[in-house]
Design a binder for this molecule. Structure first.
Ligand code: COA
Length: 260
């Protein structure tokens, strides 16, 4: 099976995403290559110029993609936090230790209108990813992303820190509880705007999220997250909260022009 995700409008600058699966007993017979060629037709029909694939380090996907013109553009460290290993007092202390001059807000699902533009600005703070996705964040895209999650039947939770003016989202964190979660939730974006960094806002919003989830979704036992391998600050925040490395994922990208 080859699956394509084509975010945004046809011909959008954003890269498409591909996932190819061949049953173990049928590998190394050229099926993967044929599926990739068929998917490439779809990409061209949609006027996409580039495509990405997310795979695990050390699997056959790596030589497969590399032999078809894909290059590794990101290393993501998959980490997991087991919530029963995090003492509630520690979370409560972190929440109480929030920096002066900021206040927390939270919402489920699509961002309230009054914060949509401010949240889009904060999303720019994810500079590395923004560059790589190549599309600017605005209020429309922020809403669209949340609506996609809702349409899948999953629940999106956001905690944000507003600055003293109340008009700026200085930092935020997002968690998605899939409808078929089986106890595992997924960390989505977390970011602190550059001018607000170094004040422990990142750990503050994440700790507040853990407290909220414990009350709201007690069935969630674990949270998984992917961090950029070179994102030292985020890794430090996650390690302080108790996240442990579970696996390494690689993001591969290719121009559609080199595909078979
Ligand atoms: C990755 C995957 C799709 C490859 O499917 P496949 O049908 O075995 O691939 P092909 O037979 O078309 O292989 C084409 C070329 O890729 C390379 N390749 C594929 N698997 C490889 C392996 N295990 N080791 C080394 N090279 C490999 C080879 O160059 C191969 O050509 P060759 O057989 O003539 O040497 C398959 O292993 C799979 O389903 N893996 C699990 C799912 C996955 O990780 N998908 C992510 C990919 S987007």
């Amino acid at each position: 099976v080859a699956a394509l995700r084509l975010p945004g409008e046809p011909g959008a600058d954003r890269p498409a995403e591909i996932d190819i699966q061949v049953r173990p007993g049928h590998r190394r017979r050229g099926l993967g290559r044929r599926l990739l060629a068929a998917a490439a037709e779809g990409l061209r029909a949609d006027r996409r110029t580039s495509v990405i694939a997310q795979v695990h380090a050390g699997t056959p996907a790596v030589p497969f993609l590399e032999s078809h013109g894909f290059e590794c553009v990101l290393v993501l460290r998959g980490m997991v936090l087991r919530l029963d290993e995090v003492p509630p007092e520690r979370i409560a202390r972190l929440v109480a230790a929030g920096p002066a001059g900021y206040r927390l807000i939270r919402w489920q699902g699509v961002v309230p209108d009054e914060h949509a533009t401010a949240l889009a600005h904060a999303k720019h703070a994810m500079a590395d990813l923004a560059e790589y996705e190549g599309a600017p964040w605005d209020a429309h895209r922020v809403r669209e992303t949340a609506e996609v999650v809702a349409k899948r039947g999953d629940d999106l939770y956001t905690v944000a820190a507003l600055d003293a003016s109340g008009a700026v989202v200085a930092g935020f964190t997002e968690i998605v509880v899939p409808h078929d979660a089986a106890g595992r939730a997924a960390q989505y974006d977390t970011a602190v705007a550059p001018e607000h960094r170094g004040r422990r806002l990142g750990i503050w919003v994440k700790a507040a999220m853990l407290e909220w989830l414990a009350a709201e979704r007690p069935e969630v036992r674990e949270i998984e997250t992917d961090n950029l391998g070179d994102n030292e600050h985020m890794l430090a925040v996650n390690e302080e909260l108790g996240f442990r490395v579970e696996r390494e994922s690689l993001e591969y990208q290719a121009p559609v022009s080199v595909l078979p």
